[in-house]
Design a protein around this ligand. Structure first.
Ligand code: ADE
Length: 231
């Protein structure tokens, strides 16, 4: 899988070198290319934004600069196997099922906007070239797409075969089957007056599975009833 990220904060993505994702990169399972949008600016000030037509607060990212950045990446990939993701609070909410869809894609390009967003024509033009999806991390506003992209890359990459040490732990994740995960415990069996539930010490695997499933349903009903309604 090849991932390209266009941003005005390339160092932000140093975090992707850490942990499992760094190992997957080192092993060549995932290639991540970070592109500095300012490299595509054409003036000496490296300007990437301008005032909005029609007035209003903030600045809008320039279509000409974004166009050159995307031209360069588009020229290197098979566009029929590419999805362009634009993180935006106005997008479809990113969830596990979308992570699973994107984990099957050969090339993903993330276009991180800042300020008041990217000129709309960049999306309209890009959509004529490749599948384009605006995705939101959740119903809140971030300063830009970078934080959202780190979260999305991690959620997608860990679904790739061979990425996690233990593929069973992916299959058992919260949200993988639209239920929240059951609570987990380790030694000691008693800690600060709190005991591990008896059943987990019983060695009775059928009873343990049943208890875990009940916990999942109870927790989901209490914390995220919307997930049960959706399924
Ligand atoms: N950019 C700003 N807010 C965002 C959000 N909630 N999700 C994705 N990208 C964003």
């Amino acid at each position: 899988m090849r991932i390209d990220i266009v941003t005005i904060f390339p160092n932000f993505f140093d975090v992707l070198d850490l942990s499992l994702l760094g190992k997957a990169k080192d092993a060549g399972k995932i290639t991540v290319n970070i592109h500095d949008l300012r490299d595509y600016a054409t003036d000496s000030h490296k300007t990437v934004d301008d005032t909005p037509y029609g007035g209003g607060p903030g600045m809008v990212m320039k279509p000409d600069v974004w166009g050159l950045a995307l031209d360069a990446i588009f020229a290197e990939v098979d566009l029929s196997k590419t999805v362009l993701v634009i993180p935006s609070p106005a997008g479809e909410v990113f969830k596990q099922s979308i992570a699973a869809e994107l984990a099957e894609v050969e090339n993903i390009i993330f276009a991180c906007g800042r300020y008041e967003g990217i000129d709309q024509r960049v999306f309209d033009w890009a959509a004529t070239k490749a599948t384009t999806r605006a995705l939101s991390l959740g119903d809140y506003v971030l300063n830009g797409g970078e934080v959202a992209v780190v979260a999305m890359v991690e959620a997608i990459a860990r679904l790739r075969p061979g990425f996690m040490g233990n593929s069973e732990s992916v299959a058992q994740d919260s949200h993988q089957d639209a239920l929240l995960d059951y609570p987990a415990y380790t030694k000691p069996a008693s800690w600060r007056g709190f005991d591990v539930p008896e059943v987990l010490l019983s060695g009775n695997h059928a009873a343990i599975d049943k208890w875990r499933r009940e916990q999942q349903i109870e927790l989901t009903q209490k914390i995220r009833p919307d997930l049960l309604a959706d399924s």
